[in-house]
Ligand binder design. Structure first.
Ligand code: MRU
Length: 349
């Protein structure tokens, strides 16, 4: 799959494959300014923790372009960058990417706006390229967690579409397939945005990896019947103690996996580890519009005005996680020291 996030350096615009329309339509949404980036993030033209981080980085490039002509361009730039970081609250990769762009700016404190544009483009490109490399390493480490003939359940879409390419959870599956293992994937449909039924099914079909879609509420039956050997999911934020936020429904899958003694893995790059958040209770959970739940393909399916819970994420406690697969290896419990160690080792000297 060619990259679904493409920056045109001549026109200074970001092209995003519109994930709201997949798999029916493959068309690109073009963002010219920060307002367009924030809208694309909030309306989920692009989604998935690492992918929104990469988008945020390119958004900061557009922020420089936008601020450049203003008299107080530095303050304006900071305000624009903060609006990008605040677009969605749960996935830490979004703020992580903006923080990295801020550091880049601090290192070039004396740079004119024109030079900053070049520096920001190089940094955004590095963030995008590093994410692909991280996903491939996750795939290599994670492949060893899967056995030939496994059926693997995944929830949501933690694939190429959710990253800069290759994927985290789907990276593990791709890695195992590249090792010659026969893997069958069950994609939970993932109500209400249907990341599994639409996106995971689409991208695995493109790679000819066998995939079957199941309703979210079929999980207990499938596990009870012995139809699932492993679970691999992505994450939006992993707290210092290993509690992991991911798409709503993941916690239920983890509890069922625990009940049926099925290994449950979380695959995520180091940029998803957040030691500033002590545990899952401190992770902010995004709540999204009611219409996502009460309407199907634009048609209402609930009585008008009914109250709705639309929490977009939940938190799986660390005790239910068999391993956290990162680009630096597979972490095991106790996760607190394992996370602290891996981040310490990854920090540049
Ligand atoms: O609301 P979304 O689609 O952005 O949620 C995405 C997920 O929950 C993914 O599983 C997570 O971001 C990991 S993506 C590699």
């Amino acid at each position: 799959m060619q990259s679904h996030i493409r920056f045109d350096t001549d026109a200074l615009e970001l092209h995003l494959l519109d994930q709201r329309l997949l798999p029916m339509e493959e068309s690109y949404c073009v963002c010219h300014n920060v307002a367009g980036i924030v809208r694309a993030l909030q309306e989920m033209v692009v989604r998935g923790a690492p992918a929104i981080g990469v988008t945020a980085a390119w958004g900061c490039v557009l922020a420089v372009r936008e601020a450049i002509f203003e008299s107080h361009w530095s303050e304006r730039l900071e305000a624009l960058m903060e609006s990008i970081a605040a677009a969605r609250p749960t996935a830490v990769n979004l703020r992580w990417a903006v923080e990295r762009m801020r550091r880049c700016r601090q290192q070039a404190a004396d740079a004119e706006a024109g030079d900053l544009l070049e520096l920001f483009m190089a940094e955004a490109r590095a963030i995008q390229d590093e994410d692909v490399a991280a996903c491939k390493a996750i795939g290599r480490f994670g492949a060893d967690c899967l056995d030939d003939g496994d059926t693997v359940l995944t929830h949501c879409n933690a694939g190429a579409l959710a990253t800069a390419g290759y994927g985290t959870a789907l990276g593990v599956i791709r890695g195992a397939v590249e090792q010659g293992k026969r893997i069958h994937v069950i994609a939970d449909e993932t109500r209400p945005f249907l990341q599994g039924a639409r996106l995971t099914a689409w991208e695995l079909q493109q790679d000819a990896i066998p995939v079957t879609v199941a309703c979210d509420n079929a999980c207990a039956l499938l596990m009870h019947r012995g139809m699932i050997q492993k679970v691999v999911v992505g994450a939006d934020r992993i707290a210092a103690n290993g509690d992991a936020a991911n798409k709503i429904g993941t916690y239920g899958v983890a509890l069922l996996a625990h009940h049926f003694h099925i290994p449950f893995y979380v695959a995520a790059p180091l940029s998803t580890l957040d030691t500033a958040t002590p545990d899952g209770a401190a992770i902010p959970i995004e709540e999204r519009p009611a219409q996502e739940v009460t309407c199907l393909t634009g048609q209402p399916v609930s009585p008008d005005g009914v109250p709705v819970y639309n929490f977009a994420f939940d938190v799986t406690p660390a005790q239910y996680i068999s391993g956290i697969i990162t680009e630096a290896g597979v972490l095991h419990a106790p996760y607190g020291p394992a996370i602290a160690r891996v981040l310490q080792e990854a920090r540049p000297a």
